[in-house]
Design a protein around this ligand. Structure first.
Ligand SMILES: [Zn+2]
Length: 199
């Protein structure tokens, strides 16, 4: 499931790994074993995987763990992992509304990934480095709706959970629909497009 991410230099912030344990609840004990088998994290005193929040971990390993979670626990579990991400993600602006939050999503995504320890978004230069796809949000004028196109390597169900939780952070009534479900990264498409709406 690593799709086109085969570059071992691309990394994910350890902070994001914590979402797997909080999202999975009782499945975490098993998922922790997947992580350690993929050499992600170290064994803690309780025998479970633990992570340094500020360290970088290989994205390819993280994606392999997510794929095993999908295979063994199903897409619902992946959705839960994605849904726990907004509570942890770094660089989440506190005072934004749902539109500005979605506009900021791609920058946040890149700030949580790195190439050889260099974050893929630099706050100093405002430069964003390509290589992990994008979360492109398009607000629909005069509608309480945003279209979000995802071209990253994360599984579709993970992104569904993430985007819905991200929207509900600002708009508790938000719902999400996968547009053109046959055009999905799960089936090899280059992108998934989601519609996020609220009342
Ligand atoms: Zn999809």
């Amino acid at each position: 499931m690593s799709r086109y991410i085969t570059d071992e230099r691309i990394q994910c912030l350890g902070h994001n790994m914590s979402t797997v344990s909080s999202g999975l609840g009782s499945f975490w004990r098993l998922a922790s074993r997947f992580m350690l088998e993929e050499s992600m994290g170290t064994t803690g005193p309780d025998g479970l995987a633990q992570f340094d929040s500020d360290a970088w971990y290989p994205l390819t390993g993280h994606l392999r763990v997510l794929e095993r979670i999908r295979k063994d626990f199903g897409e619902v579990a992946l959705r839960q992992v994605g849904a726990s991400l907004p509570r942890f993600a770094r660089a989440m602006p506190a005072d934004s509304d749902v539109h500005s939050a979605f506009q900021h999503l791609d920058v946040m995504y890149h700030a949580n990934h790195a190439v050889n320890g260099q974050p893929m978004f630099s706050e100093h230069t405002g430069q964003l480095q390509d290589g992990i796809g994008h979360y492109l949000a398009r607000p629909l004028a005069r509608h309480k709706r945003i279209l979000c196109e995802c071209t990253g390597p994360y599984p579709c169900a993970f992104d569904e959970g993430l985007l819905l939780a991200f929207a509900r952070f600002h708009e508790p009534s938000a719902t999400l629909a996968h547009l053109e479900p046959e055009t999905c990264r799960t089936w090899g498409a280059a992108r998934c497009t989601y519609s996020v709406a609220w009342t």
